[in-house]
Write a protein that binds this ligand. Structure first.
Ligand code: NAD
Length: 479
């Protein structure tokens, strides 16, 4: 198999990146573009031996990187960000070809955010205070010690953005990293390894192992030399990782799925509320934060639905490389089948598809709105991860909040209301890691990010990321 493939004109190495060297596996897996099903190439299919080699490389590189001054670590991370900027167009086209999300959002939103992840955590590192206080004349000195080799496991829906959201703070903290990207979107992680090496990141500080989580996951997550595991993905996988990490009691950060509500009150700006609702189809609904449960106050439900349908019907579905496209393909025919299964079971149980409710072909799923759904039904309670929204109505504020919170998840919630006092009352009572009022997806990297209940364990972002990736140490010195 060739070591390099060319994707949308960009050469991409298909091998692992371990200890500053490219390493091939004996076996491969096939990477396919979700846009048209074309084969992009054969990627090294990691084995437990390569996973162990990557951890060994991260362990060997750790002492020197941990001892590197904060200023120098920050300088190198800024150089990585500059490298991302320089190759932004290549990263954008490769990511779109690999995972099917819109090229225009990769160009203008996602890849600039990838660069920002590195700059933000480099700068935040320099602001971290060592805390000092006195106890009966003794000095307490609290320091942020790098924890050690960290395993970072990421999903396919926003591959490089989610990977660097972990890689950047882990490296800034002084940790070394083994990144395991999702097997449905392996390519930009390989480009990141090239960019980091060109920026001067020492060998072994960042390692990338490709392959199936089911084959190499345990070797990474139960390894005794791994000091941190940060995972973004689904709840079932999180359970397996938590069980595997339990053998070494390795600290975990879990960023998982959601079934977030959008509460629309009668006093809301209706145009804004409709815009917020239609926005939930972004990335073909393959967004963990998506507010997939529309909860609309009864008195405006008819008008809301009319305007929603009007606006949603104008969305263009098609090739994500086309600037005019609003909704691209689902990641994989298996994901499409899963989405369709949810919708079929819901309609069999009495749900009505106001729009959509069917696949467009083997890769594209029509934006769907389901009404007449029961609160305890599968379609209201389980994450679909596709362009499928449900609409339910409520009469009182009390009932709206109750429905919003009646879920096993707690990742995000959005509230549309024109009444500030109501917004305060409602947001106080919502169970979610992030709550947006009259807006959606506005993210500041210094804010804590994560989920309550089944949506996750822990928070990352700003100081919270350093809390996770560091071992805090208190040194008490006698007078
Ligand atoms: P997934 O859980 O199937 O896979 C995620 C990653 O875990 C992949 O890299 C996979 O190879 C790896 N993996 C699989 N089995 C493993 C094992 N036994 N040990 C170690 N690693 C293993 O998730 P997915 O389908 O790729 O992603 C979609 C899910 O991710 C959705 O539930 C979505 O809500 C969630 N997500 C959450 C956030 C967030 O920030 N909370 C962001 C994006 C996506």
């Amino acid at each position: 198999m060739p070591d390099k493939i060319t994707v949308a004109g960009v050469p991409v190495d298909t091998r692992h990146w371990i200890g500053g060297r490219r390493v091939a596996s004996g076996d491969t897996f096939t990477d396919v573009s979700p846009i048209d099903g074309s084969v992009l190439g054969e990627i090294s299919r990691g084995t437990p031996a390569e996973a162990a080699a990557a951890v060994a490389a991260a362990k060997a590189a750790f002492p020197a990187w941990a001892a590197t001054s904060r200023a120098e670590r920050a300088r190198i991370l800024h150089a990585v960000a500059d490298g991302v900027d320089k190759r932004l167009e290549e990263l954008a086209v490769v990511e779109t070809t690999d995972n099917g999300a819109l090229l225009r959002s990769h160009r203008r939103g996602v890849m600039p955010r990838v660069a920002h992840n590195f700059r933000f955590f480099a700068d935040w590192l320099l602001t971290l205070e060592h805390e000092d206080f006195e106890t009966r004349g003794h000095r307490n000195h609290v320091s942020w010690d790098p924890a050690g080799p960290s395993v970072l496991i990421t999903p396919w829906n926003a591959p490089l953005m989610l990977a660097t959201w972990k890689v950047a703070p882990a490296l800034a903290a002084g940790n070394t990293v083994v990144l395991k990207p999702a097997e449905w979107s392996p390519l930009t992680a390989s480009l990141l390894a090239d960019i980091a090496a060109a920026a001067g990141l020492p060998a072994g500080v960042l390692n990338v192992v490709q392959g199936y989580g089911s084959e190499i996951g345990d070797a990474l997550t139960s390894h005794p030399d791994v000091r941190r595991i940060s995972f973004t993905g689904s709840v079932p996988t999180a359970r397996r990782i938590a069980a595997s990490a339990a053998t070494q009691l390795t600290p975990l950060s879990l960023e998982l799925g959601g079934k977030s509500p959008l509460l629309v009150f009668a006093d809301a700006d209706l145009d804004l509320a409709v815009d917020l609702a239609v926005e939930q189809y972004d990335n073909a609904g393959q967004v963990c934060l998506a507010a997939t449960r529309l909860l609309v106050q009864e008195s405006i439900a008819e008008e809301f639905t009319r305007r929603f349908v009007e606006k949603a019907s104008r969305l263009t579905q098609g090739d994500p490389r086309d600037e005019a496209t609003d909704i691209g393909p689902t990641i994989h025919p298996r994901q499409l089948e899963k989405i369709d299964g949810f919708v079929r079971r819901a309609t069999a149980a009495g749900a009505r598809a106001v729009i959509g409710g069917h696949a467009e072909d083997g890769r594209y799923y029509a934006p769907t709105l389901l009404t007449d759904v029961a609160q305890d039904s599968e379609i209201v309670q389980e994450e679909v991860f596709g362009p499928v929204l449900t609409l339910q109505t409520f009469t009182t504020e009390e009932e709206g909040v109750r429905l919003a919170n009646d879920t096993r998840f707690g990742l995000a919630a959005t509230v549309a209301t024109g009444d500030r006092a109501r917004a305060d009352r409602v947001t106080d009572r919502l169970v979610a890691g992030t709550v947006w009022v009259n807006c959606f997806f506005v993210r500041d990297l210094q804010a804590p990010f994560g989920g309550s209940r089944l949506s996750g364990v822990g928070r990352e972002g700003g100081t919270w990321s350093f809390d996770f990736y560091c071992d805090l140490k208190n040194t008490v010195t006698a007078p």
